[in-house]
Design a protein around this ligand. Structure first.
Ligand code: ZN
Length: 280
């Protein structure tokens, strides 16, 4: 019986990325050479998965395998690069890569042995673990972070331009994920509005749940859904208002808070001529 070729990894999706548990593997341990031995086909399978993810190419079992007719034990297996063979469809990733490996079960001995190994890839790129996992571990220097902070908060420049600026200015590679994370962080620091508004509203409505006399009105921006106007009066303020409404002062402060929002206060004075805020 022959192994049918191409039953594994037919798609061009990167199948090797699923073996993330191997990310701690030292790539120097993962070598293939003629004469390398394995205890069982199970070991071979495990090894090949690791090997493929470390080296950065998919591997599939190719045609040319052999099985013992009597006991149905696997005698020989051929592993091919995922990019081996001729393409049958336009979506195929097969570019005739010659990378190939033969492993034979030695009948007289109790192990499997690599008998052929062509360690050459042609026609495609490799994306080894090292280059796939290291980027996310990279940290941006303080200098670059300050630049990103400036570009994000002051210059208000988008990520694509920032990417170019930083590469130009610092003559260094920067990973987009790191850049996006940093931009995100500085943006949130610069306008923390959404989360804070949510907290404030929740606190106010919790109060109203406890005491329905609380008055809360608000306006939302219909496009962004963000809070644009908020007015509230506590029950105590309403009593004050009713009692001391002869003179109500209305004062606005502009851009003095960190949200650059208007703060509007309604103030009166009580019978002791103390200033009391009656609404905001
Ligand atoms: Zn290849």
């Amino acid at each position: 019986m022959l192994f049918s070729e191409g039953t594994n990894n037919e798609s061009c999706e990167d199948s090797s990325s699923e073996t993330s548990e191997t990310s701690g593997t030292n790539s120097s341990e993962i070598t293939i050479y003629v004469g390398k031995t394995f205890q069982s086909w199970e070991h071979v399978e495990k090894f090949m998965k690791k090997y493929a993810s470390v080296k950065g190419h998919g591997v599939r079992i190719g045609g040319g395998g052999r099985v013992d007719k009597e006991n149905h034990q696997i005698l020989k297996r051929t592993y091919l690069c995922r990019h081996a063979g001729e393409s049958k469809a336009s979506t195929s990733c097969r570019v005739g890569c010659p990378w190939k490996l033969n492993i034979w079960a030695k009948k007289d001995k109790n192990y499997l042995e690599v008998t052929t190994f062509k360690d050459q890839h042609i026609g495609h790129e490799l994306s080894p673990l090292a280059s796939r996992f290291v980027p996310t571990l990279r940290k941006l220097s303080e200098e670059i972070l300050q630049e990103i902070r400036f570009l994000t908060v002051v210059a208000k420049v988008n990520a694509t331009i920032q990417y170019r600026v930083i590469r130009e200015k610092f003559k260094t590679r920067i990973y987009r994920t790191d850049l996006y994370n940093a931009i995100d962080k500085f943006r949130r620091e610069a306008m923390p509005g959404e989360e804070d508004a949510g907290t404030l509203l929740k606190r106010l409505y919790d109060k109203k749940d406890e005491d329905p006399r609380w008055i809360i009105t608000m306006k939302l921006d219909s496009a962004t859904g963000s809070l644009t106007h908020l007015f509230w009066m506590t029950p105590e303020q309403q009593i004050l208002w009713l009692r001391y409404h002869d003179v109500i002062m209305h004062d606005n402060t502009y851009k003095t808070n960190r949200y650059n929002r208007l703060l509007s206060l309604f103030v009166t004075s009580n019978n002791n001529l103390k200033t009391r805020i009656v609404a905001q």
